[in-house]
Design a protein around this ligand. Structure first.
Ligand SMILES: *Cc1c(COP(=O)(O)O)cnc(C)c1O
Length: 356
């Protein structure tokens, strides 16, 4: 049976990337050694890091005022590393709490300095984005989660602010042309849209660093990582390599314009099927719907279990909603083909025909 991988993360990767990654485990770049056996300070691996950094900057259209780092600890570590490097008692972090991940960013930042939640959409179960933000004039930075992976909302236009702008782009990085230049710091765990678990990319504007009054342990200090060329200690060599392969794939396919075209087409097909099939409904405000993670429900909650059973029987992987949200979540990252969304929509219609 053909499987359709709608996992929310770690998630589907392009077949070519998997084949190249597999080959590199036996013989990396004709070196006769496995990628798992080479030193991280060899020119072989330094070339991998350099190419990955350059490709990220090219895709983002950013210049030398930004640095690209490959860190560990997941996006979750960035919830604390960002405020540790940018926020102190004299500053203020303005944060949008639009779901599970934004909420964690709030909690971790408040360990390091004052925090103001400038958007809290929990009163409507995070089914929309509040775009009328009142950002205090003294805010050091505004933090947004550009795509709310769990709740199924996505910022389609970024808020204006005089503060620094920080974005958690873990689940929509490189999904389409993006105004990356509006951000002073971007972070993303690789395992959703750009590689395998184990590495987090951080893209930071250099001039914003070094302004807080606190000692920062070297391993958590962005400046120390920059000085060391992202090789402060042993990085996750294999994960970085898989990200490089994925980044090359994005460029070969036609870059972010092509990714955006494909992702919009997939999302249009799925949301149209939901909206035109009364057996299903999507509570997310139409203008805020995510093109990466579609969250929706069965109109009759008793139909959820049999629908999930049918999905399982037809090889639809990872479509059960997040444990605190329930319902269905279909993740449509870059590597997911339109044919998988088509197969899923056909199954929805088949189910609806027998469960009106
Ligand atoms: C998955 C996810 C995280 C957490 O990532 P980890 O790598 O597991 O720490 C944070 N933010 C967003 C938006 C996510 O989708």
């Amino acid at each position: 049976m053909q499987l359709h991988n709608f996992n929310s993360g770690p998630s589907i990767l392009p077949q070519e990337v998997l084949e190249q990654a597999a080959a590199s485990i036996h013989n990396f770049n004709h070196t006769g050694l496995s990628i798992l056996e080479i030193g991280h300070r060899t020119s072989w691996f330094v070339d991998v890091v350099t190419e990955a950094q350059q490709t990220i900057k090219r895709l983002m259209g950013l210049g030398d005022d930004y640095e690209v780092l490959f860190l560990q600890g997941g996006a979750t570590m960035q919830f604390m590393q960002v405020p540790m490097n940018l926020l102190d008692e004299n500053g203020l972090a303005a944060i949008c709490d639009n779901g599970v991940w934004g909420n964690k960013a709030v909690k971790e930042a408040s360990i390091f300095g004052p925090v103001k939640v400038v958007s809290d959409t929990s009163n409507q179960k995070h089914t929309y984005l509040n775009k009328q933000l009142e950002i205090p004039a003294n805010a050091t930075y505004l933090h947004i989660t550009t795509n709310n992976t769990v709740e199924g909302t996505q910022w389609h236009q970024y808020p204006q602010t005089n503060a620094l702008l920080v974005g958690d782009m873990s689940s929509d990085i490189f999904c389409r042309p993006t105004a990356f230049e509006k951000f002073d710091l971007i972070y993303a765990g690789a395992q959703k849209n750009m590689g395998a678990a184990g590495v987090t990319i951080v893209v930071v504007k250099k001039e914003i660093l070094g302004k807080v009054n606190r000692k920062i342990p070297a391993i958590l200090d962005y400046q120390k990582h920059i000085e060391a060329g992202s090789l402060l200690n042993t990085p996750p060599v294999f994960s970085i390599y898989v990200s490089l392969l994925t980044l090359r794939w994005i460029e070969q396919q036609g870059g972010l314009v092509e990714m955006g075209k494909r992702n919009q087409e997939k999302a249009n097909l799925l949301y149209h099927t939901i909206d035109s099939t009364p057996t299903f409904y999507c509570p997310i405000a139409v203008e805020d719907r995510s093109i990466m993670n579609a969250v929706f429900f069965l109109t009759n909650p008793e139909h959820e279990a049999p629908f999930l059973e049918l999905c399982k029987k037809h090889g639809m992987i990872g479509v059960k909603g997040y444990r605190t949200v329930g319902g269905i979540r279909v993740s449509m990252y870059n590597a997911l083909p339109l044919s998988s969304v088509q197969a899923f929509c056909d199954l929805m219609k088949q189910f609806a025909a027998s469960h009106a």
